[in-house]
Design a binder for this molecule. Structure first.
Ligand code: SME
Length: 157
């Protein structure tokens, strides 16, 4: 990872920690996190949270997001990359979405994606999902940074 990217991620982590501690409504904080990430990191073209629907079994519902609106407002566990991440509780990094069979397309522009499950007290409560218009946009440094962001979000939910 370049020093610049390292600096950027450290800086954003500090800003997000501050937002989380600021006492605003939790949906507003999640929205601010999405906006900040999308504006600040080149290649983060869509940033959003999916939350486990407490009223329906094994279904995700779209939460705050930044970027183009998506038709995938509800995603059953197992469907697409988000649904698979929910089912397996694993982080998914897809370098080239055109090679995925179980994939839900939001926009023809999207080339790569990362999905990170979010837990509270060991229980899956949501996901952080990012799309990029670049191929292979998400690597180890992004994963490490976004895991921290997911942990902060989890502490708010
Ligand atoms: N591509 C995702 C759907 C959500 S959008 O990226 C916003 C998937 O395959 O689950």
């Amino acid at each position: 990872m370049t020093d610049n990217k390292n600096k950027l991620f450290n800086n954003l982590t500090a800003q997000i920690e501050k937002m989380a501690a600021g006492g605003a409504d939790r949906r507003n904080i999640l929205q601010s996190i999405c906006d900040l990430l999308r504006e600040s990191v080149p290649g983060y073209d869509w940033v959003g949270f999916y939350l486990v629907d407490s009223e329906k079994d094994r279904e995700l519902i779209l939460g705050p997001f930044a970027g183009e609106p998506t038709e995938h407002v509800r995603i059953p566990f197992g469907k697409g990359i988000c649904g698979r991440a929910a089912e397996t509780e694993d982080i998914f990094i897809v370098d080239d979405v055109s090679r995925e069979e179980n994939y839900l397309s939001c926009s023809m522009k999207v080339k790569s994606e990362i999905v990170l499950p979010i837990f509270k007290n060991g229980k899956l409560i949501g996901e952080l999902d990012l799309d990029s218009h670049r191929m292979s946009a998400f690597g180890e440094s992004d994963k490490k940074f976004l895991k921290i962001v997911g942990d902060i979000a989890g502490s708010l939910l």
